[in-house]
Design a protein around this ligand. Structure first.
Ligand SMILES: NC(=O)c1ccc[n+]([C@@H]2O[C@H](COP(=O)([O-])OP(=O)(O)OC[C@H]3O[C@@H](n4cnc5c(N)ncnc54)[C@H](OP(=O)(O)O)[C@@H]3O)[C@@H](O)[C@H]2O)c1
Length: 251
């Protein structure tokens, strides 16, 4: 089966491509690096020829409000239009658990718009909403840093390993479209400030983490359960502590 992975050179995309190939599928990594640009449409018709499934794990190079909205809406429109022309039978997209509860964030508003375009299109689809990747912990810390202090609200968060995100996305891509949302998450919940404290400590990062109920997260306020999935979520097995012990420090 030919499966085109848009964003196939990224963190999740490269792992999805590798897994699909291991399982004998013809997985094609598509991104600007390989001449496929979903924002301009360049290379899309060519790469989608003969494809049964498209997995969209691309990400906006900029999280700035106008840029990120333009990225997810224009790319998704171009992609869905080209998929319809090519006869693609399953569109899989990676989104974020709780997007609909996080509309104060420009990034999440763009993800909500992406999801809506997919739901409105004629292509059968599966939207996979994942929690924050373990790899994203340092980016979160940087975003929440002022001087040498990191402020985060002490709400629940249930992050997961990118390997397990890729595994779930790959499985869903080769299955029947669910025409709905599948939630995936890590095996254990944390208090947000404690998670980031653990991540920084493991990398000998001296920044102090302060639990601040009014601190925002990528521009939005968080409630106790904004970031955690519902009861039907598929949970991974890799624990953060275990991952910290294995992962090569990413900085
Ligand atoms: N970070 C988290 O914790 C988290 C949690 C849940 C869901 N997600 C979602 O996961 C998805 C993937 O994230 P990631 O961290 O794997 O992304 P990433 O490593 O930043 O990779 C982004 C990919 O998008 C490609 N790309 C950028 N502009 C493109 C364009 N115009 N046309 C086609 N491809 C383009 C890049 O290609 P080049 O390499 O050629 O530039 C790259 O392959 C995102 O949609 C995000 O919303 C993230």
């Amino acid at each position: 089966m030919k499966i085109v992975v848009i964003g196939g050179t990224g963190l999740i995309g490269s792992k999805v491509v590798a897994r699909l190939r291991e399982h004998g599928h013809e997985a094609v990594a598509a991104s600007p690096a390989s001449g496929v640009n979903t924002l301009t449409g360049e290379g899309l018709a060519e790469v989608l020829q003969g494809a049964s499934v498209v997995v969209d794990v691309s990400n906006s190079p900029s999280f700035e409000e106008t840029a990120v909205m333009q990225f997810f809406t224009t790319s998704t429109r171009n992609l869905l239009r080209s998929e319809a022309a090519a006869g693609v039978r399953h569109h899989v997209a990676l989104s974020v658990v709780g997007t609909d509860r996080l509309s104060g964030s420009p990034y999440m508003r763009a993800k909500i718009a992406q999801e809506q375009l997919i739901k409105q299109s004629s292509i059968p689809y599966s939207i996979v909403r994942a929690t924050q990747f373990f790899e994203f912990v340092m980016r979160i810390a940087d975003e929440a840093t002022v001087g040498t202090t990191v402020r985060l609200p002490p709400v629940l968060i249930q992050p997961m390993a990118s390997d397990e995100v890729a595994k779930a996305v790959g499985r869903i891509a080769v299955g029947a479209p669910v025409n709905g949302i599948v939630e995936i998450a890590g095996p254990e919940p944390f208090r947000f400030d404690e998670l980031i404290r653990q991540g920084l400590r493991a990398r000998n990062d001296p920044r102090e983490v302060i639990a601040d109920p009014r601190a925002s997260y990528f521009g939005t306020e968080l409630a106790e359960r904004s970031l955690v999935p519902g009861a039907d979520a598929r949970l991974g097995e890799i624990r953060f502590e275990e991952w910290l012990g294995q992962a090569v420090p990413a900085r």
